[in-house]
Structure formats: C-alpha cells, structure tokens
Design a protein around this ligand. Structure first.
Ligand code: HEM
Length: 334
C-alpha cells in the first residue's frame, strides 16, 4: 500500500481493535478453513450487558460515553471485520507463494535466445569426476611436531662481542707474515744456563698469542732506556766482527747475544726482555745473522732506530778482522 494510505489504515485498525476481539492466528487460520466469515463476538457488548445485569456502575460514565446496546446477533447488519491476517488472504499470501517458487530460468525456457544459442555450458552434463590422486601422506606427528633439538648449555659458545669481532685475529700468524719458521715453545732462561740475575724473564704466550712482557719492559720502557745514554752495546767502540766472533756471542753461558742485521752487529742482550715477540724468538738469531728471520716476521719494524745504542760494529770476513776498530765512526763503517 502507498504510504499516503497508512494513516487511514492505522486509524481504521485502531477503531476495529477497540471494538473487536482479535483472535489469535490459529483461530483465524482455522476459521478461514472451516467456516466462512462470521461476525465476531463483540466483547464490549458482552461486558456491558453483564454490568447491566449486575447493576454495576458503568465506566466510563453512561452520561458521557456512548454505550453499546445489546442487539440481536441474528438481525444485526453485517459488521465489517478486520483481522490482522487480512493481507495474508490476499497479496501477502500470493507473495509468500511466489517466494516459495523456484527462481525463474534465465533466459526463459521458451525464449529465442535460448533457442538460437548453442547448448549452454551450464546445460552440459557434469564432467566426469577426475581421478584424484591420493593426497600425500601426512607426516606423522612425531616428526612434524618435533621440538627443535635442545643444545646443552655447556656446548654453547659465547657469541663474540663487537670489539672482539672487529679485532684482527692474533692467535695465528698475520696474513702478510706467513708461517713462522721453526717456532717452538718459548725458551726459558734456565734452558740457556743463564742465572735469574741476568734479568731475562720467562715469557709465555697468553690466550691471544701475545707475549706477556714482565713489568718495566714495555716498548716505552725500552725507549726510555735508549734515551738514558747508558752503554747498551757492551763495547767501548765499534768493532770489526768476523763470523767466528759472532758465532761465539750466542747468549749462552753468560755470554752476550749478538746478531747481525744487514751487515751491522748488535748486542741483543739488553733488548731480550723488551722484545714484544718474546725472548725465545729473539734468541733464535743470537750468534748469527738474523736478517732472514727478522724479515720473515716483521719487515716493517725499524731495528736501526730500536737498537741504535746496541750496535757493536760491522760484520767483516775473517781476513778483514782487526781486533778493534780504533776511532771509527758509523760513517766510516758505511
Ligand atoms: C733486531 C732485532 C729485533 C727487533 C728490534 C724486533 C722487534 C720487534 C717488535 C717491535 C715487535 C712488535 C711488532 C708488532 O707488534 O707489530 C716484534 C715482534 C715479534 N718479533 Fe721481533 N724483533 C727483532 C728480531 C726478531 C727475531 C730475530 C725474531 C724471530 C726469530 C723475532 C720474532 C718476533 C715475533 C714472533 C714477534 C711477535 C709478532 C706478533 O706479535 O705477531 N723478532 N719484534
């Protein structure tokens, strides 16, 4: 119904509801089927009649409110009835029936489109069921849900800290140094027959492979000793050193440790406890030419600056040997 008719419809419904008893749905449905339209009982009339018989005062007042008077139901004109199921008898019932109908075919079954078109795909018989492969076997719960293996805390290795990971590894030879030739365990002073009073401390490589220098033997301490002006060579003046002389000064049995580097002979004895590579390494060159060993390990080290005051003389052949070079200077030797 159009909305404009709703108001009149509602007013009519209220009027009817006030004067009629609204049967419930089951009664209405039963009435629809079994009996034709029958005027409903007027409850208001029945109540008023009862009140009259009981001589009870009517409410509202009979003077102000029109009171329905009992009538003979047979002779009474047909009263239009109103039921809430009114629509179900007409439009709504049809709508409900329409709703229950199957959806219309599209295109319509008798349409030209359906007639001219080839057999639509939806009209094709359903495809045969393809042969389905068997699903892959499910992994058993014991393998798929197995928790990650636990690692014993004892076998866990500590992650390297950032400072460690940035540091150049020191446990092995440096990349440009190559393998150290014939390196054995550090040699102690005792093995050389030197007394502890010789001032040569035993050096043991620490965890990082660095030699622990005894206190007071740092590179700075050595630099201070060089500046002190002390006689570190053990000779009064530079000497011509023959190979036999060099071989004799091998640092054993209280003898000084001399080494030659590129023709110059140095007294290594005072430098032994200051050598960063350890005393034992330095002793390997004692009594001979150490140039090869030196250049294999640290060719960047400037030994002339480090051992300047430890210079004994120059290496000469046996024929050129002179007991002592009197008044010679380094310039003369060069
Ligand atoms: C003139 C004699 C020598 C001097 C003045 C000298 C000086 C030095 C210096 C300054 C270092 C520290 C280098 C650095 O940390 O970069 C060093 C380390 C070392 N030197 Fe010597 N050295 C001499 C002879 C020798 C000889 C003859 C050997 C071996 C036979 C040797 C073996 C070593 C070793 C193994 C190290 C340790 C390298 C390292 O820490 O990785 N040095 N030496």
């Amino acid at each position: 119904r159009p909305p404009s008719t709703w108001l009149a419809y509602i007013a009519r419904a209220w009027r009817s509801a006030a004067s009629t008893t609204i049967p419930d749905r089951s009664q209405m449905d039963a009435g629809k089927r079994d009996a034709p339209a029958e005027p409903p009982q007027v409850e208001l009339q029945a109540r008023t009649k009862q009140e009259t018989e009981n001589n009870a005062p009517s409410f509202p007042s009979p003077q102000t409110t029109p009171k329905a008077s009992p009538r003979d139901a047979q002779n009474a004109p047909a009263v239009p009835t109103f039921t809430l199921n009114e629509h179900e008898n007409s439009d709504d019932e049809e709508d409900e029936e329409e709703d229950n109908l199957p959806p219309p075919s599209f295109p319509a079954l008798n349409s030209a489109q359906r007639a001219s078109a080839p057999t639509p795909s939806f009209a094709m018989p359903p495809p045969t069921k393809p042969t389905l492969m068997a699903p892959p076997p499910k992994p058993s719960a014991s393998t798929s849900l197995m928790p990650p293996p636990r690692v014993a805390p004892s076998s866990l290795r500590a992650l390297p800290t950032s400072s460690q990971s940035m540091r150049v590894p020191t446990t092995g030879p440096l990349p440009n140094r190559g393998p150290l030739p014939n390196r054995g365990p550090p040699v102690s002073n005792g093995s050389l027959g030197l007394p502890p009073s010789a001032g040569l401390a035993v050096k043991t490589p620490n965890a990082r492979g660095k030699v622990l220098l005894s206190p007071g033997h740092s590179p700075l301490d050595w630099a201070n000793l060089l500046r002190s002006g002390k006689n570190l060579s053990g000779v009064d003046s530079l000497v011509r050193v023959t190979p036999s002389m060099l071989k004799e000064k091998n640092g054993r049995k209280g003898k000084p440790a001399w080494s030659s580097y590129q023709g110059k002979v140095y007294n290594m004895t005072p430098y032994l406890p200051f050598h960063p590579g350890g005393e034992g390494e330095l002793r390997r060159a004692a009594g001979k030419d150490g140039t090869k060993l030196f250049m294999e390990v640290h060719p960047w080290v400037n030994w002339e600056n480090m051992l300047g005051d430890c210079m004994v003389g120059i290496l000469v052949s046996e024929e050129q040997a002179v007991p002592k070079i009197v008044g010679a200077t380094l310039d003369d030797m060069d």
